[in-house]
Design a protein around this ligand. Structure first.
Ligand code: APR
Length: 232
């Protein structure tokens, strides 16, 4: 069996990383136009760097929860049985990797990677983003930004993702509000190709009506129970 799993902020919520659109979510406290667009970065790079430095600090103190661990187990056991788990995440945290998932596609980039806004070189970096940081590739400063896909930018790995989706037997969406495209459109694409679709979330998402199987509750409880059933 080939399973395509899409995860969102809800899978990391119980690890202490905030979601975006829930009550008290990140976008209720910050204007995304200021901190998550190329225009916002051009206007006030210091504000943007501070925002992502705070998120890097939060991530350093976070740990994977039972949902991340269950998905790592699903990958290992499916692979051992000749199946496949394609794990595509909108999350920029590395909690899937820290839980043991071997292949994780970060369509919205990675918080622990810095990108040079001048030459687009990227490098692993859990430190503080600073204007003075010189790019290791081109040597210029003032260009350090997080390797995170902002609004108005194109998500990463889209050809590979579309290919994996088309080959899946089951599409599963976990912990996402289903309001940001293109990820929010994957379920409709899957259903149009005759692929079964399952939603796991705290509450029905914006696309809940498109799924043919739904499980609601905290990811740390619902995901391990679903994985257990899948492996039986
Ligand atoms: N367990 C399961 N689901 C949860 C939990 C939990 N413990 N807590 C919250 N949720 C659900 C919420 O009900 C909501 O539907 O997770 C979803 C989170 O939705 P968003 O905050 O919109 O996050 P996400 O869908 O990942 O956002 C997509 O938007 O701002 C951008 O680039 C950012 O990748 C992000 C994208």
């Amino acid at each position: 069996m080939k399973i395509f799993v899409l995860t969102g902020a809800g899978v990391s919520a119980e690890s202490g990383l905030g979601t975006f659109r829930d009550k008290d979510g990140v976008w209720t406290r910050y204007d995304l136009n200021d901190v998550a667009t190329p225009e916002g970065f051009a206007r006030n790079p210091a504000l943007v760097r501070d925002f992502y430095n705070a998120r890097r600090a939060n991530l350093a103190g976070a740990a994977p929860n039972a949902a991340h661990l269950a998905l790592a187990r699903l990958e290992a056991e499916l692979t051992a049985r000749g199946g496949e788990l394609y794990l595509c995440t909108q999350n920029v945290d590395d909690l899937h990797e820290r839980a043991g998932s071997l292949r994780v596609i970060h369509m919205h980039g990675e918080l622990a990677v810095t990108r040079c806004n001048h030459c687009q070189a990227t490098w692993s970096d859990t430190g503080v983003l600073a204007a003075e940081t010189a790019c290791p590739a081109c040597g210029r400063d003032q260009g350090a930004r997080p390797h995170v896909v902002w609004f108005g930018e194109t998500p990463l790995f889209m050809d590979e993702i579309e290919d994996a989706l088309s080959r899946a037997d089951l599409f599963v969406s976990i912990g996402t509000s289903g309001s940001v495209y293109p990820a929010a459109g994957f379920v409709t694409e899957a259903r149009a190709m005759g692929i079964a679709a399952c939603e796991i979330n705290l509450e029905p998402s914006a696309n809940a009506y498109v799924f043919d199987e739904k499980h609601y509750g905290p990811a740390s409880e619902v995901v391990p129970a679903w994985v257990e059933r899948m492996l039986k």
